[in-house]
Design a protein around this ligand. Structure first.
Ligand code: FES
Length: 166
C-alpha cells in the first residue's frame, strides 16, 4: 500500500509537469519535501523508495539527495524544528549565544529533540538572511536579529509563539 496520499501525489505531479517528460527526476527535491511534510517532518526508506518509483530514478539517487541537503530528516523530529544558522555572519553576530540560550531553555543540545516531542534543535548552514544575523528558521518562517546581548527577549518570544502562548 502506498504511503503517499493522493493529494501529495498530485502535488508531485504538478512539479513533474514543470520539467521535460524525460527529466522527471528533476522534481526529486520538491517530491521529497512534499512527502516529508506529509510524514510529520521526516523521511523513511519506504517513502524515498516510492519517490524513486514515481520519478523513475534509482533509489540510491534519491537517498543521495535526501542525505546531502540539511532540510531533509531521516529520523523523527519534533513538531517544531528550530534551525539555527551558525555560519559566518551569524557566528560574528553571536549565534553561539543563540544556541546556548535555546539549549538552556529547551533542555536539549543541537541535534536533539525535547522529550515532549515539541522541539528539535538543529544547526544549519547559511540561511541566506545574513544581513539580519543571527537568524533561525522554523518551518517557512525566519526569525532574525536574535542576538540575546542586543535583543534579550526575542528568543523567549519566539518560543512562546511556537508554544501558542502569545
Ligand atoms: S550566515 Fe547566517 S544567514 Fe547567512
Amino acid at each position: 500500500m502506498s504511503m503517499i496520499s493522493d493529494s501529495a501525489r498530485s502535488d508531485i505531479e504538478n512539479w513533474v509537469d514543470k520539467y521535460p517528460a524525460e527529466e522527471k527526476q528533476s522534481a526529486v527535491m520538491a517530491a521529497l519535501r512534499i512527502v516529508q511534510d506529509e510524514n510529520s517532518g521526516s523521511l523513511t526508506t519506504e517513502l524515498m523508495n516510492e519517490v524513486a518509483t514515481l520519478l523513475e530514478m534509482p533509489e540510491i539517487a534519491v537517498y543521495e539527495v535526501a542525505t546531502f541537503y540539511s532540510m531533509y530528516e531521516l529520523k523523527l523530529v519534533g513538531r517544531h524544528k528550530i534551525c539555527v544558522c551558525t555560519n559566518i555572519s551569524c557566528m560574528l553576530n553571536n549565534s553561539k549565544a543563540v544556541v546556548d540560550k535555546l539549549e538552556d531553555k529547551l533542555g536539549v543540545k543541537l541535534g536533539e529533540t525535547t522529550a515532549d516531542g515539541e522541539f528539535t534543535l538543529k544547526e544549519v548552514e547559511c540561511l541566506g538572511a545574513c544581513v539580519n544575523a543571527p537568524v533561525v528558521q522554523v518551518g517557512e518562517n525566519y526569525y532574525e536579529h536574535l542576538n540575546p546581548a542586543i535583543n534579550p527577549d526575542k528568543i523567549d518570544q519566539l518560543l512562546a509563539e511556537l508554544r501558542g502562548e502569545s
